[in-house]
Design a protein around this ligand. Sequence first.
Ligand code: HEC
Ligand code: HEC
Ligand code: HEC
Ligand code: HEC
Ligand code: HEC
Ligand code: HEC
Ligand code: HEC
Length: 448
Amino acid sequence: MNRKKKMFVFFFIFTLAACGLFSSMNAYAGDLGKLANGEGKWGEFWKPIEMFRWWDPGHYFEPDNKVEGEFQGTDCITCHKVTTPGIVLDWKRSKHSGAVVTCDKCHGNDHQKLSMPTPETCGTKGCHAKQVKQFKSERESGHPAHARAFHPDVVEAGWQINKPQPEVAGCAQCHAVENKCDSCHFRHTFKAAEARRPEACGYCHNGPDHRDIECYESSAHGVITKIDGDNWDWNKKLKAGNYRAPTCAYCHMYKGTHNAVENTVYSHMGVLEVDRGAEEHAAKRKKWVGICNDCHSSRFAAAYLRGADETVKVSHTKVREAKAIVEDLQKDGFLEAMPKDLAPYLDEGHKWNLGSRMYNITEIERTYFDMLVYQGTTVFKSAFHMSADMQTYVAAFQQDESLLKVKSEASKLRRLKALEEKAGISHIPYDFWKKGEYTDTLNTIDTK
Ligand code: HEC
Ligand code: HEC
Ligand code: HEC
Ligand code: HEC
Ligand code: HEC
Ligand code: HEC
Ligand code: HEC
């Protein structure tokens, strides 16, 4: 090939690539459609990112595709073997392929009117009506639960709408568990055997505010599952005799119920102090001991759980000690900066709300937040998930450190204030508390 020809071919390929790029960009940018506005009481203040089409398909999914025509299940598979081979392979490995639940049963036949399935879709024609009903019954508990994870808890959360949406995309991704059934049994195999494994829950139940998987993995239960799990038949139902150690679902979806909150005592992830051993929770405690009793003596289990109750109580004494110190600073006007000097929040303006914010606050408030929401919840989760190290070194001793930080910072703030008063200095908080490249991106309403 001579040089001129080479240039021509290069140019031709370049043009093709550029056209392809622009045409595919057009296909996705264009009209925002249903994404033009958010939902809920803050709807006018935010625009969901594109992925909301799949994370909340019931509200946002709109098909946008060049392929036209109505197809039968076999046609979908023939073409998608080439278009998306990974999906067809997964589907082939699922029970759905044996039962001829083809692509169209969940997504529709008309390629211009495709839909993404919601829990209702899985429950239609009596297919999985039982699981859908149990799942929906979680809503009756009135507190956090998979079946209400997205709308009441994320879309209505002012502090989440307060932030730029691309920053908080993760909220919607985990909390989409309300909107579809592929959270624990991933698409397109939808295997119960996968959902029974702790890793499936750990996909969401991890991280500083809900260290469930970390606690479980370091407990005897988690360790045995790791050492011996490969020898178990995960196709068997979660019940006594089938498993040597309990997984998340063994304990929380006992005997396969899809209501995961039936037997939990609500405590805002462990933020609120709740005595699970108190008389009013006796019925639930009895049920827990019954579950442990599949493998332990009831005396052993009850004693362990009573110990966990006490561990949680100690952690709250530290939290209260720190809280009193920070509240006094606020009462005396010694926080640098005070709430009125910060950018206002979307939902509460300049209202002071100790322990509920982790950004746009002062360092001492943030230390208190960590102590309550990250370390405190980990004390609870590790105690009730039998993790020795997590409850002592990782969470409880970190709380000690936070309490010291609160005391030191409070001491410095008070001494500085005393010096300023003596020197006749009246300090006006710096502008950077209220303004800045990132701070200006917060959705705010100045309610004074
Ligand atoms: C002639 C080929 C062809 C046939 C037949 C076909 N599809 Fe598709 N389908 C495509 C192509 C191409 C895409 C776009 C893939 C991409 O974006 O990479 C697509 C996309 C999809 C999507 C994704 C939609 C989105 O917005 O994410 C779904 C779901 C889907 N098809 C389901 C079906 C179902 C159900 C059938 C049968 C009723 C079917 N397809 C039949 C070619 C086909
Ligand atoms: C039993 C129901 C069911 C069947 C059968 C099914 N799907 Fe899906 N599919 C789902 C669910 C659930 C989602 C996730 C929806 C969401 O994220 O909002 C999904 C999402 C998708 C997506 C978009 C997400 C992505 O990863 O790109 C495509 C494309 C898709 N399916 C194609 C297919 C094809 C092709 C078939 C047939 C081989 C098929 N589906 C069969 C339930 C099903
Ligand atoms: C796709 C993410 C996701 C997966 C996977 C998941 N969860 Fe959850 N789970 C959540 C979210 C989000 C919440 C909080 C719901 C809310 O905000 O109302 C939650 C709440 C819970 C609660 C109630 C907590 C309370 O405070 O009352 C329990 C119990 C629970 N999950 C157990 C499990 C178990 C067991 C598994 C695995 C079998 C699992 N989850 C898998 C996201 C998930
Ligand atoms: C929090 C995790 C989780 C979510 C969310 C979830 N499942 Fe499950 N699912 C499981 C577990 C764990 C099992 C195994 C139960 C057992 O061993 O008895 C299971 C089993 C099933 C089974 C029985 C399958 C078999 O082969 O025996 C069906 C059907 C099912 N789920 C449907 C659904 C539907 C429909 C939804 C949406 C409403 C859903 N699941 C949401 C965890 C989940
Ligand atoms: C041996 C049984 C057992 C296992 C295994 C287990 N849990 Fe728990 N879990 C408990 C108990 C007991 C509590 C405290 C429940 C109560 O009384 O509210 C709890 C509390 C929770 C809570 C908080 C619910 C609330 O009351 O606010 C969540 C969420 C949770 N567990 C998720 C998980 C996840 C995810 C896994 C696996 C990584 C797991 N659990 C493994 C027994 C277990
Ligand atoms: C890694 C997955 C994940 C991400 C990311 C995530 N969450 Fe959650 N969220 C959970 C789980 C799991 C729970 C339940 C934990 C428990 O009960 O112990 C939960 C609980 C909650 C609760 C219930 C608190 C209560 O008990 O009253 C709210 C509200 C919430 N999340 C909002 C958000 C917001 C807003 C964001 C984004 C800033 C977010 N979540 C990000 C997984 C996630
Ligand atoms: C499916 C069986 C099974 C269930 C259900 C179960 N465990 Fe265990 N658990 C085990 C096994 C096996 C060990 C490992 C015993 C050892 O250390 O040798 C263990 C270990 C423990 C340990 C650590 C061992 C020790 O002596 O300190 C504690 C604590 C514990 N379990 C508490 C509980 C509690 C509380 C429950 C109920 C909420 C429970 N378990 C449910 C099987 C189970």
